[in-house]
Design a protein around this ligand. Structure first.
Ligand code: NCD
Ligand code: ZN
Ligand code: ZN
Length: 433
């Protein structure tokens, strides 16, 4: 097979560790086929799908059902998260055996109404996952703080989009990151802080790392590039959890990416329909917007502007995600033995993002009309084109394969584990796996 790559750069395909493809259960918003087509158009060759689908991925049966759906429809490779919470504690051996990329723990409320575990249940969950070496990804927002503020704001009659921001001030995330890091330090569990939105969260993240906690972090293009000034332009469309914050967070977030405090870029691709996004009710649960398709052009625009190098971008978009989730060097690398997962990009191409052109079923985002520089022209997964000349290659649906950590990573050393509790836990049959 011959093809024209003249003038194009060949980059490792991006690995987006945070997408919501809504399948099964909410396929009017997205499904595995439309979501992975969006990924292919965005130069993304591997995605990790979140478990807040229907049924919630909290049992071996629900995981098997999602594996079947994804295997039939996916155009790119994928990892599946399982929920970690009180509803899944008795199913951990089944979930681990069923093939997951990691666990997702919701400390704050989210689409799909997954209950947030108490701190006690979190400690138990961390203790039980730690020996597997699997990473626990955290939606780090403290429910009790934000629900109380939401109730006060709703009672005051405030219903502008900025009330959503006011209900989730950065302290909601800071408290959650600090608490999760303490539990990780105590148990040796590996954790990953999802969607870092504020400068304030960086302090507990840096402190935890300095104490030896295996904690990693991601931020998303909307926290780096959008600010409160965009609320007037976007209205309810910009509503996302955590909220887009004041622009003075941008400098510290970019600095944290450069110095490695934040390991990677993910998108939190969270599609909803235009009707759901433009409802007058600002307390509606349909937060988030599609992002998997626009991440690469948005971030390559910073390369074109000379803010960072294309190698920096590849580290944030492919290499670090693969390393953090145990897929390197099969994924996220250009090396002997690596999968041929490539984005062929025109780094100089100027174009405009348009919601109407999105592959995602959710054609509504804050990026509509944004000028970018950098276009994924072809996308290759394991040596096969899935997107070519900005068209989906027929027959790509079903080509995507599930990915798992290459080897079960050895557990980090618990620093403070309560030996008497560990002995009790070890007697449980399900903990003996
Ligand atoms: C996500 C969704 O819609 O599933 N929404 C969001 O605003 N980010 C849930 C989440 O990531 O918390
Ligand atoms: Zn989240
Ligand atoms: Zn999310």
């Amino acid at each position: 097979e011959t093809f024209d790559a003249a003038g194009l750069h060949i980059l490792p395909g991006a690995i987006d560790v945070h997408v919501h493809f809504r399948d099964p259960g909410y396929t009017h918003k997205e499904d595995f086929e439309s979501g992975t087509a969006a990924a292919a158009f965005g130069g993304v060759t591997t995605v990790f799908d979140m478990p807040n689908t229907l049924p919630t991925v909290a049992t071996g049966a629900a995981l098997a059902q999602k594996h079947a759906v994804a295997a039939a429809k996916a155009c790119v490779d994928y990892g599946l998260y399982a929920v970690l919470g009180e509803e899944s504690l008795d199913h951990l051996p089944d979930l681990i055996a069923g093939g997951i990329i990691g666990f997702k723990l919701y400390m704050g409320n989210t689409f799909g109404r997954i209950p947030s575990p108490s701190t006690g249940a979190m400690l138990e969950a961390f203790e039980r996952v730690a020996p597997t070496g699997l990473r626990i990804a955290l939606h780090a927002e403290t429910n009790s703080i934000m629900e109380r503020r939401q109730a006060r704001l709703a009672a005051s009659g405030r219903s502008d989009p900025l009330a959503h921001l006011a209900s989730r001030p950065a302290v909601v995330a800071v408290e959650a990151v600090a608490r999760a890091a303490i539990l990780a330090e105590w148990t040796g569990a590996r954790i990953h802080v999802l969607h870092i939105s504020s400068a304030a969260e960086l302090a507990p993240l840096r402190d935890a790392r300095a104490r030896g906690v295996d904690v990693t972090g991601e931020t998303c293009p909307h926290y780096l590039l959008l600010g409160t000034a965009d609320y007037a332009r976007c209205g309810g469309v910009i509503r996302v959890n955590p909220p887009v914050r004041e622009a003075d967070n941008h400098g510290p977030l970019w600095a944290a990416l450069r110095d490695g405090t934040i390991d990677m870029i993910a998108t939190d691709h969270a599609p909803h329909t235009p009707e759901e996004k433009t409802r007058a009710d600002i307390w509606a649960v349909d937060c988030g917007f599609p992002g998997v398709e626009s991440q690469m052009p948005l971030m390559l625009s910073g390369v074109a502007q000379g803010h960072y190098s294309v190698c920096d971008y590849v580290r944030w978009s492919a290499e670090n995600p693969a390393k953090v989730f145990g897929l390197h060097p099969r994924k996220g690398a250009v090396a002997v033995g690596a999968d041929a997962d490539f984005a062929f990009v025109d780094l100089a191409r100027r174009w405009t993002l348009r919601d109407a052109d999105l592959q995602s079923r959710s054609k509504i985002s804050p990026w509509d009309g944004r000028a970018v520089t950098g276009l994924p022209v072809h996308t290759m997964v394991r040596g096969r084109f899935v997107m070519r000349d900005r068209a989906l290659v027929p027959g790509s649906a079903g080509f995507g394969r599930s990915v798992h950590p290459l080897q079960s990573m050895p557990p980090a050393q618990p620093r403070h584990q309560d030996q008497s509790l560990a002995a009790v836990t070890a007697q449980r049959p399900e903990a003996a796996e």
